[in-house]
Design a protein around this ligand. Structure first.
Ligand code: AMP
Ligand code: ZN
Length: 107
């Protein structure tokens, strides 16, 4: 989607540094971190939220969570997916938050 910030980031338009990238997803640092480590796992295809996400894609994204944390020796972490405005979703391109170290549980 042309006006979606996470589409722009995921296709490299913003010059964002990636913690991890594969054919399915990119992982990058949250702009406004709520923990010592706060990364976002973002699919390369535009999917609005978890309700719109296939079981296959969410499986791949969770595998990315496992891989990127393991590769960076992040053994203890929290994952958050906000789905819908009322739940606090602000960017309507599916993303999984990964938080570790002094985690703010209000996210
Ligand atoms: P949510 O409330 O689950 O939709 O989370 C959106 C998250 O995206 C927030 O934690 C924001 O800090 C983060 N965010 C918004 N714009 C950017 C950006 N350009 N780069 C990195 N993170 C962003
Ligand atoms: Zn998008």
């Amino acid at each position: 989607m042309s006006d979606c910030i996470f589409c722009k980031i995921a296709n490299g338009e913003m010059g964002t540094e990636f913690v991890y990238e594969d054919e399915t997803a990119v992982v990058f640092k949250d702009l406004n971190p709520k923990a010592d480590i706060h990364w976002l796992v973002v699919p390369k295809t535009h999917v609005q939220d978890l309700n719109e996400c296939s079981d296959e894609l969410i499986g791949k994204l969770m595998a990315v969570v496992k891989k990127v944390t393991k590769e960076n020796n992040v053994n203890s972490f929290r994952t958050v997916i906000n789905t819908g405005k009322d739940a606090g979703q602000e960017v309507f391109h599916l993303h999984i938050h990964i938080l570790s170290g002094h985690v703010n549980k209000s996210l």
